[in-house]
Design a protein around this ligand. Structure first.
Ligand SMILES: Cc1cc2nc3c(=O)[nH]c(=O)nc-3n(C[C@H](O)[C@H](O)[C@H](O)COP(=O)(O)O)c2cc1C
Length: 372
């Protein structure tokens, strides 16, 4: 009850102030302390405590990793971290679309930079070394005014890999001009080469550190096939689908929907799930080994279940933490467990990607496998 009240109050504030306050609350230890249920998920050699993680952008400076343990998330992804600290775009730059359960942000990689993040990660790793049961992804991206953005990825990988359970390469934020050009073949190959060089030069003992590419939802089939082929040939571990969208549906109700930036939350669900499902089919048809993390509009156990049925080995969320409050992960994890009991599923991995289109997945999530 108290958390519902606090969420209600925090939602009345300007979104950026609300976010700052939330991080402050977490740092001060003002958060729920939930009994931690463990539903381990094995993805390659990585074992996640449960399948639900905090998406990038929430803990940009790696400040509250140990606190989100308590909220029943299975992992977190810190960042996006850039080499040098960056203010980002002028404020206001985050907009809450209450009626649509959506957010538009045009932050532009505001963060304290690699060295500050490194200090935080170093400190965290003294208490929870790499390989502890709560995994941490480190999301990296270039500075807006960098003279060599490719090199930024290398420098970041070189400095931060030793603290990461996986690296997430952000080539998809809509708020750094031209960043999405890095999804194109030659650029993407070069980015991956630079990241891998950085990992080899870093202090990590695991020179085969898993690397995910985080991609945009605003791409066509041809572009997706190209990304998947490059990812497979370059031995990328997986894709994170997706970042926020620069497109707007005409049926958004909130006045602020005209603001520029990336759209997340409920209206992103269909778009990101369509791309996820397509990626799942391409990967299956070609027998490629690539893991998928789904993110975009997950707000309850059914939306998370749909993502799994459409190909997600892991799921992340951000916007619904804002709308539903700090108990959302716990609700989703307990809800998925109930859906598995209803559907007689022993292991979540048994249903990953078994359904070929999101509409059928939705019917199953709502009514069980017999409805299919
Ligand atoms: C305020 C805000 C800031 C974000 N910052 C980042 C970021 O720095 N790096 C990144 O890869 N994604 C960032 N994202 C995108 C999220 O990680 C996620 O991909 C997207 O919001 C879709 O998930 P959701 O619908 O659950 O929010 C941000 C999202 C929001 C709402």
């Amino acid at each position: 009850m108290i958390w519902k009240f606090i969420t209600f109050f925090v939602k009345k504030l300007d979104p950026e102030i609300a976010h700052k306050l939330t991080i402050k609350f977490l740092r001060l230890g003002i958060h729920p302390r939930l009994k931690q249920s463990v539903f381990p998920v094995k993805v390659g050699d990585l074992i996640f405590k449960n399948l639900l993680g905090v998406a990038a952008g929430f803990d940009k400076n790696a400040e509250v990793i140990d606190k989100v343990h308590f909220l029943n998330f299975g992992f977190t992804e810190v960042g996006t971290i850039t080499p040098v600290s960056q203010y980002g775009n002028p404020k206001p730059r985050i907009f809450r679309l209450e009626k649509d359960k959506a957010i538009i942000n045009r932050n532009g990689f505001n963060n304290l930079g690699m060295l500050e993040a490194k200090k935080k990660l170093e400190n965290y790793r003294k208490r929870f070394p790499v390989g502890s049961n709560f995994l941490v992804g480190v999301n990296i991206g270039p500075n807006k005014d960098s003279e060599n953005r490719f090199n930024d990825y290398k420098v970041l990988a070189e400095n931060l890999s030793e603290f990461a359970d996986y690296i997430s390469v952000n080539v998809s934020s809509p708020n750094t001009p031209n960043l999405r050009e890095f999804q194109k073949k030659e650029n993407l190959e070069k980015v991956i080469n630079f990241v891998k060089e950085g990992i080899v030069k870093s202090k990590t003992l695991n020179k085969k550190l898993p690397v995910f590419l985080k991609i945009a939802p605003d791409i066509n089939k041809k572009a997706l096939i190209s990304i998947i082929e490059i990812a497979y040939s370059k031995k990328i571990f997986g894709l994170i689908i997706s970042n926020t969208s620069s497109h707007r549906d005409s049926n958004l109700k909130s006045k602020k929907s005209y603001e520029s930036g990336g759209l997340s939350g409920k209206p992103l669900f269909k778009k990101s799930t369509d791309i996820l499902s397509l990626a799942n089919k391409i990967i299956k048809n070609n027998n490629y080994k690539l893991f998928l993390i789904a993110v975009g509009g997950v707000s309850d156990s059914k939306t998370a279940y749909i993502k799994v049925l459409c190909g997600a080995h892991l799921v992340q969320l951000y916007s619904s933490l804002t709308f539903e409050g700090p108990l959302v992960a716990n609700k989703i994890i307990c809800g998925i467990h109930k859906l598995m009991i209803r559907d007689n599923i022993d292991k979540i991995s048994d249903i990953v990607g078994i359904i070929d289109n999101p509409e059928d997945a939705m019917k199953i999530a709502n009514n069980g496998f017999n409805s299919h």
